[in-house]
Design a protein around this ligand. Structure first.
Ligand code: PLP
Length: 167
């Protein structure tokens, strides 16, 4: 809601966590589903990403480790994706890293915002529900450039007001 205008496109690799397309619709944006295949471990093909991006593309949602596929994006693939994002100045990345700590060797987690040039373009979302089995606490967090976080804070303060005092 803080970054999308009506008509903006939100690119969502499938299979996806069920809430993403509805979140886009709640922001009056259009979900654009990008298929992935089991033969590629459900990882996005950068060429297909490139051909999916239009002038209206505003947000790419990445989820690694992924719910529901369990796939973990290797760093070199994220670097390829970052190079594509860098070519499209209006495109932001929402990197959902909720499952960061539920990962098995030899896979390793890469924070998308840590890649060259991506801090300014990335909103990292994370929380305590999965890694610490704290779902009921309703506590998550967002990291990114201050102007985006300030905009998100304005919206959230009218939606949920904030975390409960116990959390
Ligand atoms: C990929 C992903 N992101 C975010 C969430 C949100 O978790 P919560 O609402 O418990 O913070 C979930 C919950 O299932 C999830 O699977």
């Amino acid at each position: 809601m803080a970054v999308c205008s009506p008509g903006d496109e939100v690119i969502i690799p499938a299979p996806y966590w069920v809430s993403y397309p509805e979140m886009a619709r709640l922001a009056d944006a259009t979900p654009v589903i990008l298929p992935t295949h089991i033969s590629e471990n459900f990882l996005m093909d950068p060429k297909i990403l490139e051909s999916t991006i239009t002038e209206k593309s505003r947000l790419l949602i990445l989820c690694s480790p992924s719910n529901p596929t369990g796939s973990v994006y290797p760093k070199n693939l994220l670097e390829e994706i970052a190079q594509i994002v860098a070519k499209h100045p209006r495109l932001l990345v929402l990197s959902d890293e909720m499952y960061e700590h539920i990962i098995y060797s030899p896979a390793t987690h890469t924070n998308f915002a840590s890649l060259p040039g991506m801090w300014e373009r990335t909103l990292t979302v994370n929380g305590f529900s999965k890694a610490f089995a704290m779902t009921g606490w309703r506590l998550g967090y967002l990291a990114g450039p201050k102007h985006f976080i300030a905009a998100c804070g304005k919206i959230q303060s009218q939606f949920t007001s904030g975390a409960s005092s116990i959390s």
